[in-house]
Design a protein around this ligand. Structure first.
Ligand code: DHE
Length: 520
């Protein structure tokens, strides 16, 4: 563990002189001379991000070549176009998109060595008051992917109160502690950052994986669980200072390992629930001091014996399925999880009490269940989800798991958001050609009542509401982007705040009260 007293701001020069262009380029040598100082000798990342196929899968090779040639504005990645030939750039691209000769290791030693506890950790006290006069529960965190920063936004005055540099490429929703005092961010490169929302300071950081999916915080505020693609592991951290508690290898009975698709907390069950990319199993890991009563009250003895692969602290209960379950979504009682099935024809409902699939649902394509939401509709509750492949929002009755309606949209979309106090649900469609549009759906009629085009030609997506549900904040996902604030009932624009590719935004109150209109 490192204790950092002063923030270190070293500006590293990437190059060691022009590379020779005549001989056939030697990729490893070229990498060592041009890239290793920032991206690590072993490509696992250092000041710059990791450069391994798993970490790069979202970037097309020709784009990567462009980044090497032209650099990345607002980062320390310089342009190599004048120093390297096209052949050398292609060689580097091929190299970083190839698996390394020796599979990278990220185990206990590496995780512990990455641990940083900042002075703020010791200074923070339970009696602290916020260092600002805004409502701490109506703050928003806005993740700005353009230059890898986070803005803390006052949700009443709609003004930023702080902006700080984040780790490279944060992804997924930051997870708040139960009072909203602390928040935990996860980056795609595996960095977990704990931030104090009262003092507005970073408390601690640790790199839990090489390529991380997401993180969850236990409802009792004691643990953080991190799910990784690389290596195939779950990493349990102490939420106080992010120190490592346990690494759980993700393997089945035969030793087949799996990437983790997603991990979430199920508060009433005092457990983490984990979806696996490569095994037909869902895992439930209890964080209760004594998990027996939780499981015993809910399962037959047979399932208890069958289901618990490990005993002792943090036992892994393994629910076997007959299809893979990717991303998923809980019902409000946390008894069911609703997941996409790999067959791309239907979704599946798994009952956590009995530990098996209880229904198939009509969800084809690629529903983005992590952004599903629910609301009361007539005498039932519905689940609604957008779809990453089809221009459709599917509405499902949660009492019988039947589809009530498919709302056709102008394209596939990522995020659907609402709030208890608003009659509308907002869905973006930016995966398709109408990336500048957002539909507003009436939750009573299940009809699109308005299509907004906030900035023609510019990508718009991801909405989050103020704690009272009266205002909706929408992102314009461009380098010179913005947050646009709307009156959630008149749908009129109130304000624009310039931001650098603001991806997601997260309201403290809506998250800690587990609002039905947002993700948790
Ligand atoms: Fe996400 C959340 C998976 C690509 C922006 N995304 C999540 C979550 C999962 C997920 C499992 C929930 C994690 C959580 O909050 O704990 N995302 C995936 C994918 O499988 C996918 C399609 C491919 C991948 O590369 O991983 C994917 N996601 C993207 C993007 O391309 C987006 C649009 C831009 C980006 O930053 O990468 C993106 N994902 C987001 C955001 C959230 C998210 C903003 C949090 C939404 C929220 O309101 O909670």
């Amino acid at each position: 563990m490192k204790r950092i007293v002063l923030a270190c701001s070293t500006f590293l020069l990437l190059t060691s002189g022009p590379a020779r262009a005549d001989a056939a380029p030697d990729a490893p040598k070229l990498f060592q001379s041009q890239c290793a100082r920032c991206h690590g000798d072993n490509r696992l990342g250092a000041m710059g991000p990791a450069l391994l196929p798993e970490n790069l899968h979202r970037l097309r090779k020709n784009k990567a070549a462009g980044v090497i040639a032209n650099g990345l504005p607002a980062t320390q990645m310089p342009a190599f176009g004048k120093k390297l030939t096209d052949t050398q750039i292609t060689t580097l691209v091929d190299y970083i998109y190839s698996p390394p000769e020796h599979p990278p290791v990220w185990g206990e030693k590496e995780i512990r060595a990455s641990h940083i506890v900042y002075p703020a950790a010791e200074q923070a006290s339970p009696s602290d008051k916020p260092v600002y006069d805004a409502d701490p529960l109506n703050l928003f965190l806005v993740v700005e992917a353009g230059d890898h920063h986070v803005t803390v936004l006052d949700g009443d005055r709609l003004e930023p109160i702080k902006r700080f540099k984040s780790r490279f490429a944060l992804h997924g929703g930051p997870k708040f502690s139960s009072t909203g005092r602390y928040v935990y961010f996860a980056s795609r490169d595996g960095w977990i950052t704990k931030y104090d929302m009262y003092r507005l300071e970073v408390i601690a950081e640790i790199r839990a994986g090489i390529n991380t999916r997401n993180a969850a915080v236990s409802a009792d505020d004691r643990y953080v669980m991190v799910g990784n693609y690389l290596p195939h592991s779950l990493v349990l951290l102490d939420a106080k200072d992010l120190s490592l508690i346990k690494i759980i290898d993700v393997k089945d009975d035969f030793g087949h390992s799996s990437r983790v698709s997603a991990v979430y907390t199920a508060p009433p069950r005092q457990s983490f629930v984990v979806a696996l990319k490569d095994l037909k199993e869902v895992w439930e890991i209890s964080y209760a001091d004594d998990p027996e009563p939780v499981y015993n009250g809910l399962m037959h003895d047979y399932q208890l014996k069958e289901g618990l692969a490990e005993t002792g602290r943090f036992p892994v209960r393994r629910i076997r399925l007959n299809d893979y379950l990717d991303d998923f979504f809980f019902d409000p009682s946390y008894e069911h999880l609703i997941g996409a099935a790999r067959n791309a024809r239907n979704g599946q409902v798994v009952n956590l009490l009995v530990g098996r699939k209880i229904a198939d649902i009509d969800l084809s394509g690629m529903p983005h269940l992590g952004s599903g939401i629910t609301w009361k509709y007539a005498d039932t509750r519905v689940l609604a989800t957008p779809n990453l492949k089809d221009g459709v929002v599917t509405i499902i009755d949660m009492h019988n798991w039947k589809t009530i309606k498919k709302i056709n949209t102008d394209g596939p979309g990522f995020f659907l958001r609402s709030h208890e106090n608003t009659p509308y649900a907002w869905v973006d469609v930016f995966v398709g050609p109408h990336r500048d549009e957002v539909h507003v759906i009436d939750k009573k009629t299940l009809e699109i009542v308005k299509t907004l085009k906030p900035v023609p030609g510019k990508t718009s997506g991801h909405v989050e509401f103020t704690r009272d549900g009266k205002k909706a904040l929408l992102s314009i996902w461009e380098k010179d982007g913005a947050i646009i604030v709307y009156d959630a009932s008149t749908l009129k624009e109130i304000k624009r705040l310039p931001m650098s590719k603001p991806v997601g935004k997260y309201n403290v109150y809506n998250k800690i009260t587990r609002s039905e209109g947002t993700s948790h």
